[in-house]
Design a protein around this ligand. Structure first.
Ligand SMILES: [Zn+2]
Length: 454
């Protein structure tokens, strides 16, 4: 992780090369020091906290956190609350056929919109911050602009995407996926565990599923998309850095592998005559870990389960199914690691007398952040007196979908202990206010950049 402090990296480097240690200390000191009070915020932290606390009442669980699944009554109620806030902020509201909510504030010039927001659905027994911070932070930015009578050249659009978490229908980032054109009408017949199809739910959301494709956003029709989000990992919290500048959302590739040996009697088959598929799969699991650990960087690799057949204590397993999942910002690195893994699987096969075959079941390309949007966020944080670090996002986000059609950037704020998708999920009100202030300043920076492009 690259970490820059209160002053731009260039200043720190310059000072480090040319001046005394004392100057280095002053020049690169983290924000919020006694030396320099932080600049005043434009956004209203108490007002933002008030709306976040109110939103957390929709689907609140007794143990803390929320269960507010996309396409549920409680989410519908929460959407009504959020649309009320948008209306109060004088935004012009529109809901597209995928159920995505847009709130528009006019610009002074005929330019493509700057789009920013997140989602308000959660996983079952999730936290109250994932998605909500970026959604209500976006509305707070509009309120702050209204308070200051600030006009922008670009139209501004706040967005709340539909069903980002996607426990229903097995599709995550559903609303943004439809908007980006990576999901289409083929998903309408999918049934959730409640027996209703996606089409049924869209009708309940007041939409006509036949028009789903109209939710698509044309490439080039947005100046940029920015999403404020909690990190959902430990990096910022552990290093006490206030703002994460997301380099991109990692790509993911998944294979389903089947190792086939010979099932046989566990008591009568000598150890040197066995073709034990589970022993081979266990070695393969360690191979995945070794290959992924051998590379430098933040790539991750996981074998999430093993299904052994026939699955009895007195039978040598004849067949084992297991997935391999690799994630990284660099798709070429994923391919390179997979090559090595396959070579090592072949070695295991010949030593264990089994045959292992793998097929790709999921392939999501990395979504890189736009360098100019990253720079706008960096400058916004610097002028707000906040420390920053560049880091990838290991989790899926709506912004990753929209990155396929528009320049994208994401702002992360720290997650306490790196916990998310759990009732303990928490980000301090100060960190949330910092992130929202950076969003405010980023929007204004992008608005001033030439030709309606960041
Ligand atoms: Zn989220």
């Amino acid at each position: 992780m690259r970490i820059s402090r209160k002053l731009p990296t260039a200043t720190c480097v310059l000072v480090a090369v040319g001046a005394t240690l004392l100057v280095i200390t002053l020049g690169c000191k983290p924000a919020r020091s006694e030396a320099a009070p932080a600049p005043a915020r434009h956004i209203n932290s108490e007002r933002l906290q008030g709306t976040l606390e109110k939103l957390s009442e929709f689907g609140r669980n007794p143990e803390g956190g929320v269960t507010r699944l996309g396409f549920s009554q409680v989410e519908l109620d929460a959407r009504a609350y959020v649309m009320g806030l948008m209306k109060e902020a004088a935004l012009e509201i529109r809901v597209d056929p995928a159920g995505n909510i847009f709130g528009r504030r006019a610009g002074s010039e005929k330019l493509p919109a700057l789009l920013f927001g997140s989602h308000i659905d959660s996983v079952p027994k999730g936290g109250a911050f994932d998605g909500s911070v970026g959604s209500l932070g976006a509305i707070e930015v509009i309120r702050a602009l209204n308070d200051g009578h600030v006009k922008t050249r670009h139209p501004l659009e706040v967005v709340v995407w539909t069903n980002e978490e996607g426990p229903h229908f097995g599709v995550s980032a559903l609303g943004s996926g439809v908007a980006a054109g990576s999901l289409g009408p083929e998903i309408l017949d999918r049934k959730g565990e409640d027996g209703l199809t996606l089409a049924d739910w869209l009708r309940r959301y007041g939409q006509d599923p036949a028009h789903l494709a109209d939710a698509r956003i044309a490439r080039g029709s947005l100046a940029a998309v920015i999403e404020l989000h909690i990190e959902q990992g430990p990096n910022l919290y552990e290093t006490k850095v206030q703002i994460g500048i997301v380099q991109g959302i990692v790509g993911l590739k998944r294979w389903r592998c089947v190792a086939t040996g010979v099932a046989n009697h566990a008591g009568t088959t000598p150890m040197n005559r066995r073709k034990d598929a589970l022993a081979a799969a266990a070695r393969d699991l360690l191979v995945v870990r070794e290959v992924v650990r051998a590379e430098s960087g933040r790539q991750v690799g996981t074998v999430g389960y093993m299904k052994a057949e026939p699955g009895a204590a007195n039978v040598i397993p004849g067949q084992v199914e297991f997935p391999v999942e690799l994630r990284d910002l660099d798709a070429a690195k994923i391919e390179r690691m997979w090559e090595l893994i396959q070579q090592r699987f072949a070695k295991t096969d010949s030593e264990e007398g089994v045959e292992t075959k793998c097929v790709v079941i999921n392939d999501i390309a990395p979504a890189l952040s736009d360098p100019s949007v990253q720079n706008a966020i960096r400058e916004a944080a610097r002028t707000a007196g906040l420390s920053t670090a560049d880091l990838p996002s290991g989790a899926v986000h709506d912004a990753g979908e929209i990155a396929r059609i528009a320049p994208m950037g994401m702002i992360f704020v720290p997650s306490r202990d790196g916990i998310s998708h759990a009732p303990q999920e928490f980000s301090s009100w100060d960190d949330i206010a910092n992130g929202t202030e950076v969003l405010y300043r980023t929007i204004l920076r992008l608005d001033q950049s030439k030709a309606g492009r960041p």
